[in-house]
Write a protein that binds this ligand. Sequence first.
Ligand code: URA
Length: 432
Amino acid sequence: MIRPAELIERKRDGGELSAQELEELMLGYARDEIPDYQLAAFCMAVFFRGLTSAETYALTEAMIKTGETVDLRSALGRKVVDKHSTGGVGDKTSIAVGPIVAACGVPFAKMSGRGLGHTGGTLDKLESIPGFRVELSIDELVAQVRTAGMAIIGASANLVPADKRLYALRDVTATVDSYSLIAASIMSKKIAGGAEAVVLDVKVGDGAFMKTLADGRVLAETMFGIGRRADREVVCLLTDMDQPLGRAVGNALEIREAVATIRGDGPPDFTELVLAAATRLLALSDLGVDEAEARRRAEQAIADGSAHRAYERWIRAQGGNPDEDTLPQAPVIRTVDAPRAGYIARLGAIRVGVAALHLGAGRQTKTDEIDHAVGVVCLRKRGDAVGAGEPLAEIHARNAATADAAAAEVLAAYELADEPPPLRPIVLDVIG
Ligand code: URA
């Protein structure tokens, strides 16, 4: 039987832990035999000392062993591809990618999470669609993927239960942004959820856990390494999160933008990321196509309307109404105007994310109710020109007071300059 204090001490002093020790630590924690305070100290030791690649893989396997695993390959008789984002502001990528991939004949079964801090969660966004159910059993998920081609559901409580507890603990002990802990958290859920190939969207910048491209690369390589050891194919897209993705930040607003993008009418950065992710998913699937053909098929699914039809099929199958007119709308809409003419040099993602959070689009405490109608639409983004008094953004609020507060926060997120900033693509690098 391990002594947690001894493991914490060894990691604190830069030593290495065995797979057996990590397994006992995780199983003991999941069974409530090891208290939160010892895991908090362990996470802090890992934050400063890191884990070797063998330890990171062992931690991932240990976390998987705390719960059930799902075998979608046997249930569906097809190779299952999945995508995951490390979290950002305005990130509705899965909601647009899923229908495109499904329209191309590849099953898309995804378990998603809720928002955390200033980053939004796919489940919260989907719940702004009237009637949409996120709590499906694995049997219902499989049946729906067979009939409708895709499903996005909340992960069952028994899928990597150690991660659920550990994540909440890390969130309040300043240990979220550790490469090894993020990599083990994400990869344990993907492997336990039955994905054979995964496209990982590693966000980099002001609104992401990884602030620099160098940090993002380390995280991507760590996840890639876990995938290789677990015999899973992994492709990591390192993508820009220095400004919000697309224009919309806030649940129903993001659903509208995802649908517009599926119809071919989305913002350029978001459309490019959606196509980049869909292309990699199709190329990793059992269709047997290369990336050029995969991209052609993804673009075709948008152009011929089949992706939009796949979206409507999916939403109906999951109990929702796909008609955009039924999405909630905020009663107060006001613009944030440019104080002078110039170019947008910066648009801080965190500031916009926090403004949306204060409007009610996210939770400030675990039990907060989300207001699905509210949020921010960034009408101008980095590199755009603006005239004095022209609108920079639109605030969708419940009342005038919250609208005013959010307008001030969003204005502070914009930095204007006389010259346009250097161009920065949405996909910064690809690993794998
Ligand atoms: N997303 C996860 O699922 N886990 C982390 O630790 C960070 C982002």
